[in-house]
Design a protein around this ligand. Structure first.
Ligand code: SAM
Length: 309
């Protein structure tokens, strides 16, 4: 280890200031040693929801007092916490999950603390968007984190439209990263499909770090169909869109070759049986064999002459 590195368990008293502490997004094993140390040694923990954080603290045997700091009281609470820190206090800020300030409260307290001359110390850790991005298989060198889209359909489409315009104007390939709620994921994918093209490559990361963690990779139409075929869409989602600029992307909506058609071609070209062709196609489209097999069955059950939507 680098000599300049500081031990995760520093024996010196915690310096006064505001500690921005990331907490797990599902798997409690993702808490860092440094986060535990700071949470134990802070004077108070400012929480988005004290009851929620209390469960995490109980699990790790941490008895530091908590205080609420959420979007409805952040302004008033900031003044009180900053006064305490100016007097030598050590405050840890946590949100319900992941990194505070990222689609979560925290930025106002940070800005005001800096303005008041209080030290702000990041304690990095879990973050859903970055976890999804790093395992997505979509380029991660340049990305735009867009947070949640607006809830109202009109505003959501306007936002997608302006993001599309920005990406089309950009010179470098870039990936868009969104948070999405389970009840809005399908309408969001429908909008993406109609505005950005059915063949736009996306990844939907669901329930990251949890038992049912899942990555759905493919074109927007493929992923939408897989999710849409489920009885219920549950969980927490990060949506990543390969937003490489493409000339005429808005009008050139390519319909991808059907699963049955592609399998027949792979069989003919490679002299392989249907299972092997299915395996190759799963690799090609970044989907599981069972998802492709279900789609194949659906295509075969469709009345002849009805095109792939
Ligand atoms: N501050 C958090 C972070 O650093 O990841 C994000 C908080 S934001 C209020 C909550 C959203 O993050 C969810 O609606 C979902 O889009 C995403 N998210 C949080 N945990 C997730 C998980 N385990 N799997 C997938 N997405 C998750």
């Amino acid at each position: 280890m680098n000599e300049a590195a500081i031990s995760s368990r520093d024996e010196r008293p915690l310096a006064p200031g505001l500690y921005i502490v990331a907490t797990p997004i599902g798997n409690l094993g993702d808490i860092t040693l440094r986060a535990l140390d700071v949470l134990k040694r802070a004077d108070r923990i400012a929480c988005e929801d004290t009851r929620h954080t209390q469960k995490l603290l109980n699990h790790f045997g941490i008895v530091t007092p908590t205080v609420s700091c959420h979007e409805h009281n952040e302004r008033a609470r900031a003044a009180e916490l900053i006064a305490a820190m100016k007097n030598g206090g050590r405050i840890a800020l946590v949100s319900d999950a992941g990194t505070p300030g990222i689609s979560d409260p925290g930025s106002l307290l940070v800005t005001q603390a800096i303005a008041a001359g209080v030290s702000v110390i990041p304690i990095p850790g879990a973050n859903a968007a970055l976890a999804a991005l790093t395992a997505s298989g979509i380029a991660a060198a340049e990305f735009h984190f867009a947070g949640f889209l607006p809830e109202k359909p009109g505003a959501r489409r306007t936002r997608l439209e302006s993001l599309l315009a920005e990406c089309e104007a950009a010179e470098a390939p870039r990936t868009l990263v969104f948070h999405e709620a389970p009840h809005r994921i399908l309408p969001m994918l429908e909008d993406l499909e109609s505005m950005w093209g059915a063949d736009r490559r996306i990844v939907v990361a669901r329930e990251l770090t949890k038992v049912h963690e899942e990555f759905l990779r493919g074109t927007v139409v493929e992923v939408r169909k897989v999710l849409g075929s489920r009885e219920q869409v549950r969980g927490e989602f990060v949506v990543l869109v390969d937003a490489q600029p493409r000339t005429g992307a808005r009008v050139r909506v390519q319909v991808q070759e059907s699963v049955a058609g592609r399998i027949a071609r792979l069989q003919a070209e490679g002299g392989v049986d249907e299972m092997e062709a299915l395996k190759r196609l799963a690799r090609e489209r970044g989907l599981s064999k069972s998802e492709l097999y279900r789609e194949l069955q659906r295509e075969r059950a469709r009345p002849k002459g009805r095109g792939k939507s």
